[in-house]
Design a protein around this ligand. Structure first.
Ligand SMILES: Nc1ncnc2c1ncn2[C@@H]1O[C@H](COP(=O)(O)OP(=O)(O)OP(=O)(O)O)[C@@H](O)[C@H]1O
Ligand SMILES: [Mg+2]
Length: 192
């Protein structure tokens, strides 16, 4: 903003010999833009520390409480498993998808209650997040230029899974994430 302000001032006051300064300012502005983008990308790729400290199930529990505290929307979490041994890629993806889902609820749903359910069945992890908010037209949801839902789907698809959204006006929204567990985890369960 400062750079743009300076640029405007220079345009106003100096008419001659301005080109070099002008170009330097442009280069600086481009560099700042690129830096912001890089920082954003790195921040989203970073693994949330809470996952390392607590593991996925406890991290979700923590996130649910945090969400309830921050938004005053009641948020319940039920898990049919005590803990899951998941590789970093999968647990990070599931956690990030949940965070985007909750952010969407806080921003768009006007919900009073949220329930999160985690299950592992036939080597597929399933996480469902349901809200009782205003709901929306699903086709509209994905046709918008917004990146949240697209990013969630992309994360899941990269791991051979899926994100399905069930929603209708005035009927709330349900986001179902399915991620197949890795081969090594499957094997470990077989021999347990
Ligand atoms: N839980 C929800 N309840 C009602 N509408 C929702 C819900 N989640 C998403 N939506 C609708 O779907 C749209 C797309 O969501 P998406 O996360 O892709 O984008 P966004 O949140 O608008 O922007 P961003 O790219 O910052 O995430 C939202 O704009 C909103 O209209
Ligand atoms: Mg969003």
């Amino acid at each position: 903003m400062d750079l743009l302000w300076i640029q405007g001032k220079i345009h106003e006051t100096v008419r001659k010999g301005i080109k070099p300064i002008d170009e330097t300012i442009k280069t600086m502005a481009n560099l700042i833009d690129a830096t912001i983008q890089t920082v954003r990308r790195i921040a989203t790729e970073l693994r949330p520390g809470v996952l390392d400290d607590l593991g996925l199930v406890a991290a979700i529990e923590w996130q649910a409480q945090e969400f309830q505290h921050r938004t005053n929307i009641q948020c319940r979490f039920i898990s049919t498993v005590m803990d899951i041994e998941l590789d970093r890629e999968r647990s990070t993806a599931v956690f990030r998808i949940l965070q985007e889902t909750l952010t969407n609820i806080a921003r768009h749903a006007h919900a009073a209650k949220v329930s999160i359910r985690l299950e592992v069945e036939k080597n597929i992890l399933m996480l469902e997040t349901k809200d009782d908010g205003r709901g929306t037209d699903v086709s509209e949801m994905t046709s918008k230029k917004s990146l949240g839902v697209l990013g969630m789907k992309e994360r899941a698809v990269l791991l051979g899974g899926s994100v399905d959204i069930i929603s209708a006006p005035n009927a709330g929204t349900s986001v179902v994430v399915k991620i197949p567990l890795s081969q090594s985890v499957k094997d470990r369960h077989l021999y347990d």
